[in-house]
Design a protein around this ligand. Structure first.
Ligand code: NAD
Length: 427
């Protein structure tokens, strides 16, 4: 039986239980069971509304023609226009894009912004491509998927290996055909209608979420130790902002390895070191640590902010953190969830913890539609309110239903989408 673990954060897990392996059940299926979702609605919400697969041929700098494959998957639009990032990665295939599109449906529901869920990707290795090639790829891909995009239809954003520049090219390619349309994408450069605060938003949202959660979890943050896997956009902003709560970052890693300093790492100095060298490794005054060791440190808070599936059935019983705050998408597998729950490790799930990015994307879209710019203070204040409300809703659901936070968050999200779908007559 699932048990609510709100008290567990007050004391580190003393026993390490290795339950028998359980078949992996998706968070959606667990939530559907929990709320007694009808079979008809399950069939609608489990599948995707529309999947577009396009051929993206571009001329490379050396004159060769290379043909890439791109995807845009719209999972569910009951609550508003489809919303979700575009990633450029060799592993971006239809299964990955489909799963991430669904995650966006639940994420936008949990923070209660009026969007559905979508995701896109192009299977390519951007690390081997020039800026010219990336621009041609982005323009052609945008042209191929433009028929299903629209300010009130589907609004992309950056994701893995895409950034504000990519969004500027997308906006320009779309505007060339349909007229000047800044609200067609979010995560743009500020000069082109991007929002102040968007760059930091996901990390800032992670920190706001932890700040609210700590009150209900009776987790003292002053002097609490933190380990962060990943020092890209999300990890580096989280690391630099989490000190505002009184926490001490003792370990950080990236794809090249990690650094550890028991007395605390100067995260701004680490950021400067990364800007110079491209990696956290070798930062002055720190000891080397591997990514695996970082995950298993006896810290108060572990923040995976890099990859999916890093805490699994294989290593979950070695996790000694009291709280896992999921800044990355899907960092903890369903099998690991069961082990962590049995060991009293509190997991604050991705659809809640990292929803700050899409929340400020929503603020950017609102500003573009209003043709009015908010000050950064206003963006951050609205973000804080949104994250606090989302946390309190999830905490209340977990408490009333006696379930872990992931199940509570998915149950709330699925209920919200179900109500919208029913009202619109989908079923
Ligand atoms: P990023 O590309 O800016 O940074 C990724 C970081 O992970 C880098 O420091 C990289 O070195 C590190 N990394 C890569 N491979 C690694 C490995 N094998 N071991 C350890 N570290 C490794 O990406 P990001 O935008 O910070 O996104 C990180 C995660 O957060 C992803 O799961 C992403 O889907 C999720 N996310 C991002 C946003 C956003 O607004 N950027 C929003 C929601 C969720």
């Amino acid at each position: 039986m699932e048990t609510q673990r709100t008290q567990a954060a007050a004391a580190p897990p003393e026993t390490v239980v290795i339950p028998e392996a359980v078949p992996e059940m998706s968070p959606f299926d667990r939530a559907a069971e929990h709320i007694g979702l009808s079979d008809e609605m399950r069939a609608v919400l489990r599948g995707t509304y529309r999947e577009l697969c396009v051929q993206v041929p571009i001329r490379m700098d050396d004159g060769r023609l290379e043909v890439f494959t791109g995807y845009r998957v719209q999972h569910n639009g009951a609550r508003g226009p489809y919303k979700g990032g575009i990633r450029y990665h060799p592993d971006a295939d239809i299964d990955e894009v489909r799963a991430l599109a669904a995650l966006m449906t639940w994420k936008t529901a949990i923070v209660d912004i009026p969007y559905g869920g979508a995701k896109g990707g192009v299977q390519c290795d951007p690390t081997t491509m020039s800026q010219g090639e990336l621009q041609r790829l982005t323009r052609r891909f945008t042209q191929m998927i433009s028929y299903i995009l629209g300010v009130n239809r589907d609004v992309p954003a950056p994701d893995v290996n895409t950034n504000a520049q990519t969004m500027a090219w997308m906006m320009d390619a779309y505007s060339g055909r349909y007229g000047y349309t800044p609200a067609i994408v979010t995560g743009k450069p500020v000069e082109l209608g991007g929002s102040y605060g968007r760059d930091a938003a996901t990390g800032r949202g992670v920190v706001y979420c932890l700040g609210e959660a700590s009150k209900d979890l009776e987790l003292s943050l002053v002097g609490a130790t933190v380990a962060i896997q990943g020092f890209g956009n999300v990890g580096s902003w989280t690391a630099r902002l989490i000190g505002e709560l009184g926490c001490t970052v003792v370990a950080v890693s990236d794809v090249h390895g990690g650094v550890h300093r028991e007395a605390g790492i100067d995260t701004q100095a680490l950021f400067d070191h990364v800007s110079e060298t491209g990696t956290v490794t070798g930062a002055p005054g720190t000891d080397a640590i591997s990514n695996e060791e970082l995950l298993e440190l006896p810290v108060d808070i572990l923040i995976p902010a890099a990859l999916d599936r890093v805490v699994t059935g294989d290593n979950a019983h070695r996790i000694r953190a009291r709280v896992i705050l999921e800044a990355a998408n899907h960092p903890v597998t369903p099998a690991a969830d069961g082990i962590l729950d049995a060991n009293g490790v509190v997991v604050i799930p991705d659809i809640l913890a990292n929803a700050g990015g899409v929340t400020v994307s929503y603020f950017e879209w609102v500003q573009n539609i209003q043709q009015y710019r908010w000050e950064e203070d206003q963006v951050n204040a609205e973000l804080r309110k949104t994250m606090a409300r989302a946390w309190h809703n999830v905490h209340a659901k977990a408490t009333v239903d006696g379930v872990p936070f992931r199940l509570a968050a998915f149950a709330l999200a699925v209920e919200k989408v179900e109500r919208a779908a029913r009202l619109r007559g989908y079923v």
